[in-house]
Design a protein. Structure first.
Lengths: 277, 312
Protein backbone atom coordinates (compact mmCIF):
# COMPACT_ATOMS: atom_id res chain seq x y z
CA UNK A 1 0.00 0.00 0.00
CA UNK A 2 2.69 2.39 1.07
CA UNK A 3 4.71 1.43 -1.97
CA UNK A 4 1.92 2.14 -4.44
CA UNK A 5 1.33 5.49 -2.75
CA UNK A 6 4.91 6.63 -3.19
CA UNK A 7 4.82 5.32 -6.71
CA UNK A 8 1.71 7.34 -7.40
CA UNK A 9 3.32 10.42 -5.88
CA UNK A 10 6.44 9.88 -7.96
CA UNK A 11 4.35 9.53 -11.07
CA UNK A 12 2.45 12.73 -10.34
CA UNK A 13 5.67 14.67 -9.80
CA UNK A 14 7.22 13.22 -12.95
CA UNK A 15 4.20 14.07 -15.09
CA UNK A 16 3.95 17.49 -13.49
CA UNK A 17 7.54 18.29 -14.36
CA UNK A 18 7.34 16.88 -17.89
CA UNK A 19 4.17 18.82 -18.64
CA UNK A 20 5.57 21.99 -17.09
CA UNK A 21 8.58 21.80 -19.43
CA UNK A 22 6.35 20.87 -22.36
CA UNK A 23 4.16 23.92 -21.80
CA UNK A 24 7.24 26.12 -21.41
CA UNK A 25 8.56 24.78 -24.69
CA UNK A 26 5.25 25.30 -26.47
CA UNK A 27 4.61 28.81 -25.17
CA UNK A 28 6.98 30.64 -27.55
CA UNK A 29 5.31 28.90 -30.51
CA UNK A 30 1.82 29.75 -29.27
CA UNK A 31 2.83 33.33 -28.53
CA UNK A 32 4.38 33.70 -31.98
CA UNK A 33 1.28 32.37 -33.76
CA UNK A 34 -1.09 34.43 -31.66
CA UNK A 35 0.81 37.67 -32.25
CA UNK A 36 0.81 37.33 -36.01
CA UNK A 37 -2.93 38.03 -35.93
CA UNK A 38 -2.72 41.00 -33.58
CA UNK A 39 -2.54 44.72 -34.06
CA UNK A 40 0.52 46.39 -32.59
CA UNK A 41 -1.33 47.91 -29.64
CA UNK A 42 -2.66 44.54 -28.60
CA UNK A 43 0.84 43.06 -28.47
CA UNK A 44 1.93 45.97 -26.29
CA UNK A 45 -1.06 45.53 -24.02
CA UNK A 46 -0.24 44.83 -20.41
CA UNK A 47 -2.65 41.92 -20.20
CA UNK A 48 -1.48 39.37 -22.76
CA UNK A 49 -4.23 37.85 -24.89
CA UNK A 50 -3.93 34.35 -26.20
CA UNK A 51 -6.80 34.70 -28.68
CA UNK A 52 -6.50 38.04 -30.51
CA UNK A 53 -9.37 40.41 -29.75
CA UNK A 54 -9.79 41.41 -33.37
CA UNK A 55 -7.87 38.84 -35.38
CA UNK A 56 -6.77 40.02 -38.82
CA UNK A 57 -4.29 39.14 -41.53
CA UNK A 58 -2.79 42.59 -42.05
CA UNK A 59 0.62 41.50 -40.76
CA UNK A 60 0.76 38.82 -43.44
CA UNK A 61 -0.42 41.17 -46.14
CA UNK A 62 2.25 43.70 -45.17
CA UNK A 63 4.89 40.99 -45.13
CA UNK A 64 4.20 40.17 -48.76
CA UNK A 65 3.45 43.70 -49.93
CA UNK A 66 6.22 45.62 -48.18
CA UNK A 67 8.91 43.05 -47.54
CA UNK A 68 8.79 41.04 -50.75
CA UNK A 69 8.45 37.94 -48.64
CA UNK A 70 7.67 35.64 -51.57
CA UNK A 71 10.96 36.54 -53.24
CA UNK A 72 13.02 35.77 -50.12
CA UNK A 73 11.08 32.59 -49.53
CA UNK A 74 11.93 31.45 -53.06
CA UNK A 75 15.59 32.40 -52.58
CA UNK A 76 15.74 30.20 -49.49
CA UNK A 77 13.89 27.39 -51.25
CA UNK A 78 16.12 27.50 -54.32
CA UNK A 79 19.34 27.49 -52.30
CA UNK A 80 18.12 24.72 -50.01
CA UNK A 81 16.93 22.50 -52.87
CA UNK A 82 20.10 22.88 -54.93
CA UNK A 83 22.30 22.41 -51.86
CA UNK A 84 20.39 19.27 -50.87
CA UNK A 85 20.48 17.71 -54.33
CA UNK A 86 24.18 18.41 -54.86
CA UNK A 87 25.09 17.32 -51.34
CA UNK A 88 23.21 14.02 -51.71
CA UNK A 89 24.92 13.31 -55.01
CA UNK A 90 28.47 14.09 -53.86
CA UNK A 91 28.05 12.45 -50.45
CA UNK A 92 26.55 9.23 -51.80
CA UNK A 93 29.13 9.02 -54.60
CA UNK A 94 32.06 9.40 -52.22
CA UNK A 95 30.37 7.21 -49.61
CA UNK A 96 29.97 4.52 -52.27
CA UNK A 97 33.68 4.77 -53.14
CA UNK A 98 34.75 4.47 -49.51
CA UNK A 99 32.40 1.56 -48.86
CA UNK A 100 32.90 -0.51 -52.00
CA UNK A 101 36.47 -0.08 -53.25
CA UNK A 102 39.89 -0.73 -51.88
CA UNK A 103 42.47 1.75 -53.02
CA UNK A 104 45.84 3.00 -51.83
CA UNK A 105 45.68 5.73 -49.15
CA UNK A 106 42.02 4.92 -48.45
CA UNK A 107 42.43 4.87 -44.68
CA UNK A 108 44.51 8.01 -44.67
CA UNK A 109 42.01 9.84 -46.87
CA UNK A 110 39.17 8.74 -44.64
CA UNK A 111 40.99 10.06 -41.60
CA UNK A 112 41.43 13.41 -43.38
CA UNK A 113 37.70 13.34 -44.06
CA UNK A 114 36.88 12.86 -40.39
CA UNK A 115 39.43 15.50 -39.40
CA UNK A 116 37.82 18.01 -41.75
CA UNK A 117 34.78 18.10 -39.46
CA UNK A 118 36.97 19.68 -36.78
CA UNK A 119 37.66 22.88 -38.72
CA UNK A 120 35.61 25.63 -37.04
CA UNK A 121 33.61 27.74 -39.46
CA UNK A 122 34.54 31.07 -37.89
CA UNK A 123 38.27 30.42 -38.17
CA UNK A 124 38.08 30.21 -41.94
CA UNK A 125 35.31 32.78 -42.19
CA UNK A 126 37.31 35.85 -43.23
CA UNK A 127 39.69 34.16 -45.71
CA UNK A 128 36.77 32.20 -47.15
CA UNK A 129 35.00 35.47 -47.79
CA UNK A 130 38.11 36.91 -49.46
CA UNK A 131 38.33 33.79 -51.60
CA UNK A 132 34.68 33.97 -52.62
CA UNK A 133 35.20 37.59 -53.68
CA UNK A 134 38.29 36.65 -55.73
CA UNK A 135 36.36 33.84 -57.41
CA UNK A 136 33.63 36.30 -58.32
CA UNK A 137 31.09 34.29 -56.33
CA UNK A 138 30.15 37.01 -53.89
CA UNK A 139 26.53 38.10 -54.05
CA UNK A 140 25.48 34.92 -55.87
CA UNK A 141 23.60 31.77 -54.95
CA UNK A 142 26.67 29.80 -56.04
CA UNK A 143 28.77 31.59 -53.45
CA UNK A 144 26.36 30.46 -50.76
CA UNK A 145 26.05 26.88 -51.97
CA UNK A 146 29.47 25.74 -53.25
CA UNK A 147 31.81 26.05 -50.23
CA UNK A 148 29.71 23.79 -48.00
CA UNK A 149 28.21 21.44 -50.55
CA UNK A 150 30.45 18.38 -49.93
CA UNK A 151 30.18 17.96 -46.19
CA UNK A 152 32.25 15.21 -44.61
CA UNK A 153 29.42 14.16 -42.36
CA UNK A 154 27.22 13.25 -45.32
CA UNK A 155 29.98 11.09 -46.82
CA UNK A 156 30.55 9.35 -43.51
CA UNK A 157 26.83 8.74 -43.18
CA UNK A 158 26.41 7.41 -46.71
CA UNK A 159 29.45 5.14 -46.36
CA UNK A 160 27.70 3.38 -43.48
CA UNK A 161 24.62 2.53 -45.52
CA UNK A 162 26.51 1.82 -48.75
CA UNK A 163 28.37 -0.92 -46.89
CA UNK A 164 25.11 -2.85 -46.62
CA UNK A 165 24.73 -3.05 -50.41
CA UNK A 166 25.58 -6.65 -51.41
CA UNK A 167 28.80 -6.98 -53.42
CA UNK A 168 27.29 -9.77 -55.56
CA UNK A 169 24.85 -7.32 -57.09
CA UNK A 170 27.66 -4.97 -58.05
CA UNK A 171 29.78 -7.79 -59.45
CA UNK A 172 27.02 -9.23 -61.57
CA UNK A 173 26.42 -5.78 -63.03
CA UNK A 174 30.13 -5.57 -63.81
CA UNK A 175 29.94 -8.87 -65.69
CA UNK A 176 27.12 -7.38 -67.72
CA UNK A 177 29.52 -4.61 -68.68
CA UNK A 178 28.10 -1.75 -66.63
CA UNK A 179 30.45 1.13 -65.89
CA UNK A 180 31.29 1.85 -62.28
CA UNK A 181 29.27 5.05 -62.32
CA UNK A 182 26.28 3.19 -63.70
CA UNK A 183 26.63 0.62 -60.93
CA UNK A 184 26.57 3.39 -58.37
CA UNK A 185 23.70 5.22 -60.00
CA UNK A 186 21.41 2.33 -60.96
CA UNK A 187 22.17 -0.33 -58.39
CA UNK A 188 23.65 1.12 -55.20
CA UNK A 189 21.74 4.40 -55.05
CA UNK A 190 18.21 2.96 -55.19
CA UNK A 191 19.11 0.54 -52.41
CA UNK A 192 20.13 3.28 -49.99
CA UNK A 193 17.05 5.44 -50.56
CA UNK A 194 16.05 5.44 -46.86
CA UNK A 195 19.45 6.81 -45.87
CA UNK A 196 19.24 9.39 -48.65
CA UNK A 197 15.91 10.58 -47.25
CA UNK A 198 17.44 11.01 -43.79
CA UNK A 199 20.38 12.95 -45.20
CA UNK A 200 18.05 15.01 -47.39
CA UNK A 201 15.94 16.36 -44.54
CA UNK A 202 19.08 17.13 -42.58
CA UNK A 203 20.73 18.95 -45.49
CA UNK A 204 17.56 20.83 -46.38
CA UNK A 205 16.98 22.01 -42.84
CA UNK A 206 20.60 23.06 -42.35
CA UNK A 207 20.58 25.08 -45.53
CA UNK A 208 17.12 26.55 -44.99
CA UNK A 209 17.99 27.78 -41.50
CA UNK A 210 21.56 28.86 -42.29
CA UNK A 211 22.25 32.44 -41.34
CA UNK A 212 25.87 33.56 -41.03
CA UNK A 213 27.31 32.52 -44.39
CA UNK A 214 24.39 33.81 -46.51
CA UNK A 215 24.54 37.00 -44.44
CA UNK A 216 28.03 37.84 -45.66
CA UNK A 217 27.80 36.43 -49.20
CA UNK A 218 24.47 37.87 -50.30
CA UNK A 219 24.94 41.62 -50.50
CA UNK A 220 21.94 42.73 -52.53
CA UNK A 221 18.58 42.51 -50.94
CA UNK A 222 16.73 40.70 -53.71
CA UNK A 223 19.05 37.69 -53.38
CA UNK A 224 18.87 37.37 -49.61
CA UNK A 225 17.42 34.37 -47.83
CA UNK A 226 14.73 34.44 -45.14
CA UNK A 227 16.96 34.33 -42.02
CA UNK A 228 19.10 37.18 -43.36
CA UNK A 229 16.09 39.36 -44.16
CA UNK A 230 14.39 38.51 -40.87
CA UNK A 231 17.49 39.44 -38.88
CA UNK A 232 17.48 42.76 -40.74
CA UNK A 233 13.83 43.37 -39.86
CA UNK A 234 14.79 43.37 -36.23
CA UNK A 235 16.71 46.60 -36.71
CA UNK A 236 14.51 48.32 -39.26
CA UNK A 237 11.14 47.52 -37.80
CA UNK A 238 12.06 47.25 -34.21
CA UNK A 239 8.51 47.54 -33.03
CA UNK A 240 6.67 45.75 -35.81
CA UNK A 241 6.38 42.57 -33.82
CA UNK A 242 3.31 41.30 -35.63
CA UNK A 243 5.05 41.40 -39.01
CA UNK A 244 8.26 39.90 -37.65
CA UNK A 245 6.33 37.08 -36.02
CA UNK A 246 4.43 36.39 -39.25
CA UNK A 247 7.80 36.08 -41.01
CA UNK A 248 9.13 33.78 -38.29
CA UNK A 249 6.06 31.56 -38.51
CA UNK A 250 6.01 31.35 -42.30
CA UNK A 251 9.74 30.63 -42.39
CA UNK A 252 9.29 27.75 -39.94
CA UNK A 253 6.28 26.16 -41.63
CA UNK A 254 8.14 24.38 -44.47
CA UNK A 255 10.38 22.61 -41.97
CA UNK A 256 7.43 21.78 -39.72
CA UNK A 257 5.54 20.31 -42.69
CA UNK A 258 8.58 18.33 -43.74
CA UNK A 259 8.84 17.09 -40.18
CA UNK A 260 5.20 15.99 -40.09
CA UNK A 261 5.63 14.01 -43.30
CA UNK A 262 9.10 12.63 -42.63
CA UNK A 263 9.18 12.44 -38.85
CA UNK A 264 11.13 9.21 -38.69
CA UNK A 265 13.81 10.49 -41.07
CA UNK A 266 14.18 13.70 -39.07
CA UNK A 267 14.65 11.94 -35.77
CA UNK A 268 17.05 9.46 -37.33
CA UNK A 269 18.99 12.21 -39.07
CA UNK A 270 19.40 14.39 -36.04
CA UNK A 271 20.45 11.59 -33.73
CA UNK A 272 22.64 9.75 -36.20
CA UNK A 273 25.73 11.38 -34.83
CA UNK A 274 24.98 10.03 -31.39
CA UNK A 275 24.39 6.50 -32.62
CA UNK A 276 27.73 6.33 -34.35
CA UNK A 277 29.62 7.31 -31.24
CA UNK B 1 29.86 8.67 -67.18
CA UNK B 2 33.06 6.74 -67.78
CA UNK B 3 31.70 4.63 -70.62
CA UNK B 4 33.54 6.44 -73.39
CA UNK B 5 33.76 4.26 -76.48
CA UNK B 6 37.38 4.63 -77.37
CA UNK B 7 38.18 4.95 -81.05
CA UNK B 8 34.86 6.39 -82.18
CA UNK B 9 32.18 4.59 -84.20
CA UNK B 10 34.11 1.78 -85.83
CA UNK B 11 34.53 -1.05 -83.39
CA UNK B 12 35.95 -4.53 -83.19
CA UNK B 13 39.50 -3.67 -84.15
CA UNK B 14 42.03 -5.58 -82.10
CA UNK B 15 43.47 -2.39 -80.75
CA UNK B 16 40.13 -1.25 -79.49
CA UNK B 17 39.32 -4.54 -77.85
CA UNK B 18 42.61 -4.31 -76.03
CA UNK B 19 41.86 -0.81 -74.88
CA UNK B 20 38.44 -1.81 -73.66
CA UNK B 21 39.87 -4.67 -71.67
CA UNK B 22 42.51 -2.36 -70.25
CA UNK B 23 39.87 0.20 -69.37
CA UNK B 24 37.54 -2.20 -67.64
CA UNK B 25 40.47 -3.49 -65.60
CA UNK B 26 41.89 -0.12 -64.62
CA UNK B 27 38.53 1.58 -64.22
CA UNK B 28 38.14 0.11 -60.76
CA UNK B 29 41.51 1.51 -59.75
CA UNK B 30 40.86 5.04 -60.94
CA UNK B 31 37.15 5.38 -60.32
CA UNK B 32 37.18 5.58 -56.50
CA UNK B 33 39.54 8.55 -56.66
CA UNK B 34 37.28 10.24 -59.18
CA UNK B 35 34.26 9.59 -56.95
CA UNK B 36 35.84 11.06 -53.83
CA UNK B 37 37.70 13.88 -55.55
CA UNK B 38 34.92 16.51 -55.39
CA UNK B 39 35.06 16.45 -51.60
CA UNK B 40 38.85 16.76 -51.43
CA UNK B 41 39.00 19.48 -54.05
CA UNK B 42 36.34 21.49 -52.24
CA UNK B 43 37.93 20.74 -48.88
CA UNK B 44 41.35 21.96 -50.01
CA UNK B 45 40.01 25.04 -51.77
CA UNK B 46 37.37 26.08 -49.24
CA UNK B 47 38.77 24.78 -45.92
CA UNK B 48 42.47 23.95 -45.89
CA UNK B 49 43.42 26.92 -48.03
CA UNK B 50 41.41 29.40 -45.94
CA UNK B 51 42.70 27.82 -42.71
CA UNK B 52 46.30 28.44 -43.76
CA UNK B 53 45.44 31.80 -45.25
CA UNK B 54 43.79 32.75 -41.94
CA UNK B 55 47.05 32.01 -40.15
CA UNK B 56 48.93 34.13 -42.70
CA UNK B 57 46.39 36.96 -42.43
CA UNK B 58 46.54 36.84 -38.64
CA UNK B 59 50.18 37.91 -38.88
CA UNK B 60 49.37 40.92 -41.00
CA UNK B 61 47.52 44.15 -40.86
CA UNK B 62 45.16 44.37 -43.81
CA UNK B 63 41.99 46.40 -44.37
CA UNK B 64 40.88 44.11 -47.23
CA UNK B 65 42.38 46.18 -50.05
CA UNK B 66 45.83 47.52 -50.78
CA UNK B 67 49.02 46.10 -49.37
CA UNK B 68 49.42 44.00 -46.24
CA UNK B 69 51.78 44.91 -43.49
CA UNK B 70 53.55 42.08 -41.70
CA UNK B 71 53.19 42.40 -37.94
CA UNK B 72 54.41 38.99 -36.77
CA UNK B 73 52.52 37.97 -33.69
CA UNK B 74 51.50 41.58 -33.13
CA UNK B 75 47.79 40.88 -33.57
CA UNK B 76 47.94 38.14 -30.96
CA UNK B 77 49.80 40.22 -28.40
CA UNK B 78 47.35 43.03 -29.06
CA UNK B 79 44.47 40.60 -28.45
CA UNK B 80 45.90 39.74 -25.05
CA UNK B 81 45.44 43.36 -24.00
CA UNK B 82 42.19 44.12 -25.85
CA UNK B 83 39.46 44.53 -23.21
CA UNK B 84 36.63 43.86 -25.70
CA UNK B 85 38.30 40.65 -26.86
CA UNK B 86 38.84 39.52 -23.28
CA UNK B 87 35.23 40.31 -22.53
CA UNK B 88 33.99 38.33 -25.52
CA UNK B 89 36.28 35.46 -24.52
CA UNK B 90 34.81 35.50 -21.02
CA UNK B 91 31.26 35.69 -22.39
CA UNK B 92 31.96 32.72 -24.66
CA UNK B 93 33.33 30.67 -21.78
CA UNK B 94 30.29 31.73 -19.75
CA UNK B 95 27.97 30.42 -22.49
CA UNK B 96 29.86 27.14 -22.72
CA UNK B 97 29.74 26.56 -18.97
CA UNK B 98 26.13 27.75 -18.86
CA UNK B 99 25.16 25.34 -21.63
CA UNK B 100 26.73 22.51 -19.65
CA UNK B 101 24.95 23.52 -16.46
CA UNK B 102 21.56 24.45 -17.98
CA UNK B 103 20.98 22.30 -20.99
CA UNK B 104 22.70 19.00 -20.25
CA UNK B 105 21.34 18.28 -16.73
CA UNK B 106 17.85 19.32 -17.86
CA UNK B 107 18.09 17.11 -20.93
CA UNK B 108 19.39 14.17 -18.92
CA UNK B 109 16.63 14.54 -16.33
CA UNK B 110 13.94 14.73 -19.02
CA UNK B 111 15.40 11.70 -20.79
CA UNK B 112 15.50 9.69 -17.56
CA UNK B 113 11.88 10.58 -16.80
CA UNK B 114 10.68 9.76 -20.31
CA UNK B 115 12.61 6.50 -20.21
CA UNK B 116 11.26 5.49 -16.79
CA UNK B 117 8.46 2.97 -16.42
CA UNK B 118 6.34 5.61 -14.66
CA UNK B 119 5.61 7.51 -17.80
CA UNK B 120 3.38 6.97 -20.79
CA UNK B 121 2.87 9.47 -23.63
CA UNK B 122 6.58 9.08 -24.29
CA UNK B 123 6.45 10.24 -27.89
CA UNK B 124 4.38 13.31 -26.98
CA UNK B 125 7.21 14.52 -24.76
CA UNK B 126 9.96 13.36 -27.07
CA UNK B 127 8.51 15.17 -30.08
CA UNK B 128 7.27 18.16 -28.09
CA UNK B 129 10.70 18.90 -26.68
CA UNK B 130 12.28 18.36 -30.05
CA UNK B 131 10.15 20.79 -32.08
CA UNK B 132 12.02 24.02 -31.19
CA UNK B 133 15.16 22.90 -33.02
CA UNK B 134 13.21 22.97 -36.27
CA UNK B 135 13.11 26.76 -36.09
CA UNK B 136 16.05 28.76 -37.37
CA UNK B 137 18.18 30.48 -34.73
CA UNK B 138 17.00 33.76 -36.26
CA UNK B 139 13.29 32.97 -35.91
CA UNK B 140 13.80 31.55 -32.41
CA UNK B 141 15.71 34.60 -31.24
CA UNK B 142 13.14 36.97 -32.73
CA UNK B 143 10.40 35.22 -30.75
CA UNK B 144 12.42 35.51 -27.56
CA UNK B 145 13.22 39.14 -28.28
CA UNK B 146 9.51 39.73 -27.86
CA UNK B 147 9.17 37.46 -24.86
CA UNK B 148 12.02 39.21 -23.05
CA UNK B 149 10.71 42.71 -23.76
CA UNK B 150 10.89 44.88 -20.66
CA UNK B 151 7.37 46.27 -20.81
CA UNK B 152 5.03 43.84 -22.51
CA UNK B 153 7.23 40.73 -22.63
CA UNK B 154 5.56 37.52 -21.60
CA UNK B 155 8.09 36.69 -18.90
CA UNK B 156 7.76 39.98 -17.07
CA UNK B 157 3.98 39.79 -17.31
CA UNK B 158 4.16 36.32 -15.82
CA UNK B 159 6.36 37.61 -13.03
CA UNK B 160 3.89 40.45 -12.45
CA UNK B 161 1.13 37.88 -11.88
CA UNK B 162 3.31 36.41 -9.13
CA UNK B 163 3.92 39.86 -7.72
CA UNK B 164 7.56 39.93 -8.79
CA UNK B 165 8.76 43.24 -10.22
CA UNK B 166 9.80 43.32 -13.87
CA UNK B 167 13.38 42.34 -14.69
CA UNK B 168 15.40 43.83 -17.50
CA UNK B 169 16.23 40.65 -19.38
CA UNK B 170 18.18 42.37 -22.13
CA UNK B 171 20.28 44.59 -19.87
CA UNK B 172 23.91 44.01 -19.07
CA UNK B 173 23.30 41.90 -15.97
CA UNK B 174 20.83 39.39 -17.42
CA UNK B 175 21.45 39.33 -21.15
CA UNK B 176 23.76 36.28 -21.04
CA UNK B 177 21.11 34.33 -19.13
CA UNK B 178 18.61 35.31 -21.81
CA UNK B 179 20.93 34.07 -24.56
CA UNK B 180 21.25 30.78 -22.67
CA UNK B 181 17.47 30.59 -22.36
CA UNK B 182 17.09 30.77 -26.15
CA UNK B 183 19.76 28.11 -26.53
CA UNK B 184 18.10 25.90 -23.91
CA UNK B 185 14.78 26.20 -25.70
CA UNK B 186 16.29 25.20 -29.04
CA UNK B 187 18.79 22.55 -27.95
CA UNK B 188 17.34 20.80 -24.88
CA UNK B 189 15.11 18.53 -26.99
CA UNK B 190 17.82 17.24 -29.29
CA UNK B 191 19.95 16.39 -26.26
CA UNK B 192 16.98 14.57 -24.73
CA UNK B 193 16.94 12.44 -27.88
CA UNK B 194 20.68 11.81 -27.62
CA UNK B 195 20.39 10.73 -23.99
CA UNK B 196 17.35 8.57 -24.78
CA UNK B 197 19.34 6.83 -27.50
CA UNK B 198 22.01 6.17 -24.92
CA UNK B 199 19.57 4.98 -22.25
CA UNK B 200 17.80 2.64 -24.62
CA UNK B 201 21.07 1.06 -25.69
CA UNK B 202 21.84 -0.07 -22.13
CA UNK B 203 21.27 -3.83 -22.00
CA UNK B 204 18.33 -4.59 -19.65
CA UNK B 205 20.12 -7.58 -18.14
CA UNK B 206 22.60 -5.17 -16.52
CA UNK B 207 19.71 -3.79 -14.47
CA UNK B 208 18.39 -7.26 -13.75
CA UNK B 209 21.80 -8.33 -12.52
CA UNK B 210 22.01 -5.24 -10.33
CA UNK B 211 18.57 -5.98 -8.87
CA UNK B 212 19.60 -9.53 -8.12
CA UNK B 213 22.56 -8.07 -6.25
CA UNK B 214 20.10 -6.00 -4.24
CA UNK B 215 20.86 -2.63 -5.79
CA UNK B 216 18.17 0.02 -5.23
CA UNK B 217 17.08 2.65 -7.74
CA UNK B 218 19.90 5.02 -6.82
CA UNK B 219 22.58 2.33 -6.85
CA UNK B 220 21.35 1.13 -10.26
CA UNK B 221 21.53 4.67 -11.55
CA UNK B 222 24.97 5.21 -10.06
CA UNK B 223 26.57 1.91 -11.07
CA UNK B 224 24.72 0.97 -14.26
CA UNK B 225 23.17 4.02 -15.93
CA UNK B 226 25.98 6.54 -15.45
CA UNK B 227 28.86 4.33 -16.60
CA UNK B 228 26.83 3.04 -19.54
CA UNK B 229 25.97 6.59 -20.61
CA UNK B 230 29.63 7.53 -20.88
CA UNK B 231 30.01 7.32 -24.67
CA UNK B 232 26.84 9.29 -25.32
CA UNK B 233 27.77 11.83 -22.64
CA UNK B 234 31.11 12.32 -24.37
CA UNK B 235 29.38 12.92 -27.66
CA UNK B 236 26.80 15.29 -26.16
CA UNK B 237 29.52 17.13 -24.25
CA UNK B 238 31.71 17.69 -27.29
CA UNK B 239 28.79 18.77 -29.48
CA UNK B 240 27.42 21.14 -26.82
CA UNK B 241 30.82 22.66 -26.19
CA UNK B 242 31.67 23.17 -29.85
CA UNK B 243 28.19 24.57 -30.47
CA UNK B 244 28.20 26.98 -27.54
CA UNK B 245 31.65 28.27 -28.46
CA UNK B 246 30.17 29.31 -31.78
CA UNK B 247 27.02 31.17 -30.70
CA UNK B 248 26.48 33.94 -33.17
CA UNK B 249 22.88 34.74 -34.08
CA UNK B 250 21.43 34.63 -30.57
CA UNK B 251 23.50 37.47 -29.01
CA UNK B 252 23.51 39.39 -32.29
CA UNK B 253 19.74 39.49 -32.69
CA UNK B 254 18.83 39.60 -29.02
CA UNK B 255 21.07 42.53 -28.11
CA UNK B 256 23.50 43.22 -30.96
CA UNK B 257 26.27 41.81 -28.79
CA UNK B 258 25.52 44.42 -26.15
CA UNK B 259 24.63 46.21 -24.06
CA UNK B 260 28.20 47.34 -23.51
CA UNK B 261 29.44 44.08 -25.15
CA UNK B 262 27.90 42.06 -22.31
CA UNK B 263 26.57 39.36 -24.64
CA UNK B 264 29.28 39.56 -27.34
CA UNK B 265 30.83 36.20 -28.31
CA UNK B 266 34.17 35.52 -29.98
CA UNK B 267 32.30 34.83 -33.22
CA UNK B 268 30.44 38.15 -32.91
CA UNK B 269 33.69 40.01 -32.26
CA UNK B 270 35.42 38.28 -35.16
CA UNK B 271 32.55 39.32 -37.42
CA UNK B 272 32.64 42.87 -36.11
CA UNK B 273 36.40 43.17 -36.66
CA UNK B 274 36.53 41.40 -40.02
CA UNK B 275 33.38 42.71 -41.65
CA UNK B 276 32.32 45.91 -39.91
CA UNK B 277 35.76 47.38 -39.18
CA UNK B 278 37.59 45.71 -42.10
CA UNK B 279 40.42 44.51 -39.86
CA UNK B 280 40.90 41.22 -41.65
CA UNK B 281 44.19 40.33 -39.99
CA UNK B 282 42.94 41.01 -36.51
CA UNK B 283 39.71 39.13 -37.14
CA UNK B 284 41.65 36.13 -38.44
CA UNK B 285 43.74 36.12 -35.26
CA UNK B 286 40.50 35.88 -33.25
CA UNK B 287 39.51 32.98 -35.48
CA UNK B 288 42.73 31.11 -34.74
CA UNK B 289 42.35 31.67 -31.00
CA UNK B 290 38.84 30.21 -31.30
CA UNK B 291 40.16 27.22 -33.26
CA UNK B 292 42.90 26.52 -30.72
CA UNK B 293 40.40 26.64 -27.87
CA UNK B 294 38.02 24.27 -29.63
CA UNK B 295 40.79 21.82 -30.59
CA UNK B 296 42.21 21.96 -27.07
CA UNK B 297 38.90 21.41 -25.31
CA UNK B 298 37.87 18.60 -27.67
CA UNK B 299 41.17 16.89 -26.97
CA UNK B 300 40.84 17.30 -23.20
CA UNK B 301 37.30 15.94 -23.23
CA UNK B 302 38.26 12.98 -25.37
CA UNK B 303 41.16 12.33 -23.04
CA UNK B 304 39.10 12.64 -19.85
CA UNK B 305 36.52 10.24 -21.16
CA UNK B 306 39.21 7.77 -22.08
CA UNK B 307 38.52 7.86 -25.80
CA UNK B 308 42.24 7.32 -26.40
CA UNK B 309 42.46 4.31 -24.10
CA UNK B 310 43.23 1.14 -25.98
CA UNK B 311 40.65 -1.02 -24.21
CA UNK B 312 37.65 1.06 -25.27
Amino acid sequence: MDNTLTRRAQRTIAYGFLFFILISMATPFVWMISNTFKEQYEIFQLRPTLIPEEPHLRNYVRLFAEFDFARHFLNSAFIAVVHTAAHLFLASLAGFAFAKYNFPLKNFLFLVLLGSMMVPLYTIFIPLFVLVIRLGLVNSYAGVIIPGVAGAFGIFFMKQSMEAVPNELLDSARIDGATEFRIYWQIALPLVRPALAVLAVLAFMTSWNDFVWPLVVLRSRELQTLPVVMAGMRNMYRNEHGVVMAASLLSTIPILLLFLVLQRQFLAGLTVGAVKS
Amino acid sequence: MASVSIGGGTSNTDEERGLRAWWSRSQRKVVPYVFISPFYILFIVFSVGPLIYALYLSMHRWPGTGSMRHVGLGNYTYLAGDPVFLKSLWNTVYYAIGAFLFILPLALLLALLINSTLIRLKSLFRIGYFLPILTSTVAATLIFLMIFNNQFGLINQGLALLGIPALKWLDEELVKISVLAVATWRYAGINVLYFLTGLQSIPPDLYEAAQVDGAGTWAQFRYVTIPQLRPIALFVGVVTMIGSFQFFAEPLILANGGPNDASLTLANYLYRMGFTHAKLGYGSAIGWVLALIIFGLSFIQLYLFGAFRKDD
